[in-house]
Design a protein around this ligand. Structure first.
Ligand code: NAD
Length: 450
């Protein structure tokens, strides 16, 4: 299951099978024009396509059970005026799924990742790593993990002797990502690492190098890049359905209350709102535009005397300039009511995504002028569990020996930009960024997600 030759391909959207909603198609669905303020609705199915048989190497096809001609097709009974269902799921039998060890049993692991592993079609939970043996025992009991597949941070390296584990998913405080990625790579396991990838671009490079040396795959868990509403919006921009893109406004905000939590300790978190949640504005803007910023200008603020923000920042607001003439205005805050959204302003209309970075509830709407009318459209897309999609995607990379779409280099780019943002806020002037790679030069092939 080690990485051989990476299969790069064009980053164009040619592999995406979703049908764009044209104005004509939209009108045929609603049967009428809608004036400003009225909302039309079109719903698109989500799901995962069967494992591709095309890019396998000989000897790597042991899990290849879902050939296209084996797709189960059920009798059609719905009319075409209702939303089409996704294809019947084609889960791999449990003994063929990619085994995961989850490292760190905090909120994200216990509330999202481990439950999602139970819903996966290509991935399964086979091992746990924790510093808390009592908690790990409970979780192992709940999810039927064998006692000898439970590891401490000290015995973590023994994962190399556990053949059931192919992927290690690192869900620890940010400062621990580097150590556990490098140790995991040395144990010969593929690495899925939570965002932010590390605490600095230097650490990111060390992680990339360690995984390359060990010939294992490294993916940063940027779930938004596999999320259907965000992908649909990107597709509409790529097709210039609203003309050229001119501006992006993005913000990701929430509130926190515990000054003793690792997120408020600089050494463990690396920073405050920016690397934790502002990163979504940064990474998603880069993803939808397909470009890298050349310059940033930032403000940073923390309320004096607030014990939450003695070590890390409360708020960052920053601008990014892109080579194609697009400007992005982003902000992040740790001390306001939750709000996670962005809007893309184009020559002929706008696209708005509310709850853009949330685990669920995305709400995609657009507006476009049509003579005296302004057409408003609400694009409904069936929700998918983002963690399930992301893990099954990475398992597919492992099974079919593909480089991930969000490899370590994607995390490195974000850290280079975040360092420029902090520098700009500190110096009070714009900072140019000259050392970013083109995404086409490091990304794996476009994910085949329905
Ligand atoms: P958490 O505090 O709930 O869990 C962290 C775990 O690490 C706990 O089990 C804790 O016991 C353990 N730990 C080990 N050493 C520790 C130490 N020295 N100090 C504190 N905890 C220690 O955090 P979380 O919300 O689960 O976040 C974990 C990682 O996941 C972070 O990198 C975070 O950025 C990322 N995250 C990603 C998303 C996403 O949507 N992709 C969402 C939340 C968190």
């Amino acid at each position: 299951m080690k990485e051989g030759k990476d299969l790069h391909s064009s980053t164009e959207f040619e592999n995406n099978t979703e049908t764009p909603i044209t104005r004509k198609g939209f009108l045929s669905m609603t049967g009428k024009y809608v004036a400003a303020g009225a909302i039309g609705s079109a719903v698109i199915s989500g799901g995962i396509s069967p494992v591709s048989a095309q890019k396998n190497e000989p000897g790597k096809q042991t899990r290849q059970l879902s050939k296209p001609d084996e797709q189960i097709v059920l009798d059609k009974w719905k009319s075409e005026y209702d939303q089409a269902s996704a294809p019947v799921p084609m889960p791999l039998p449990p003994d063929k799924r990619v085994g995961y060890a989850v490292v760190g049993l905090g909120h994200l692991s216990l509330e999202e990742i481990i439950p999602a592993l139970n819903m996966c079609k290509k991935s399964k939970l086979v091992a746990l790593v924790s510093g808390n043996p009592e908690k790990m025992k409970k979780v192992a009991g709940q999810y039927a993990i064998k006692p000898d597949s439970c590891y401490s941070y000290q015995t973590y390296d023994q994962l190399k002797n556990n053949p059931e584990v192919e992927v290690i998913y690192i869900v620890l405080p940010n400062s621990m990502h580097k150590e556990f990625t490098i140790r995991g790579a040395k144990a010969g396991k593929h690495i899925l690492c939570e965002k932010p990838m590390a605490n600095s671009s230097k650490e990111c490079q060390e992680m990339i190098d360690a995984c390359a040396d060990a010939k294992v795959k490294l993916m940063v868990a940027y779930r938004i890049q596999y999320q259907p509403h965000n992908r649909k919006l990107r597709e509409l921009l790529q097709k210039k359905e609203f003309g050229n893109t001119k501006m992006v406004e993005a913000s990701n905000c929430q509130s926190s209350a515990n000054p003793d939590h690792w997120r408020h300790k600089k050494k463990l978190a690396g920073g405050g709102a920016l690397p934790d949640i502002g990163l979504y504005c940064l990474n998603t803007t880069r993803f939808i535009l397909g470009e890298e910023p050349t310059e940033v200008f930032a403000y940073q603020y923390s309320t004096p005397g607030n014990p939450l923000f003695t070590e890390v920042e409360e708020m960052v607001s920053w601008q990014m300039k892109f080579p194609g003439g697009v400007f992005a205005s982003c902000s992040t805050h740790y001390n306001v009511h939750e709000s996670r959204r962005y809007r893309v302003l184009c020559e002929k209309g706008w696209l708005n995504l509310d709850k853009a970075y949330a685990y669920k509830g995305q709400d995609l709407s657009t507006a476009k002028a049509d003579g005296k009318l302004e057409l408003h459209q609400n694009i409904g897309i069936a929700e998918v569990n983002q963690f399930m999609t992301e893990m099954d995607y990475f398992s597919d990379c492992v099974i079919n020996n593909k480089k991930p779409f969000t490899p370590g280099e994607e995390g490195l780019q974000d850290h280079i930009i975040m360092e420029a943002i902090y520098q700009s806020a500190k110096e009070g002037k714009p900072v140019k960024i000259t050392n970013l790679k083109k995404p086409v030069d490091y990304r794996g092939p476009e994910p085949e997600l329905a």
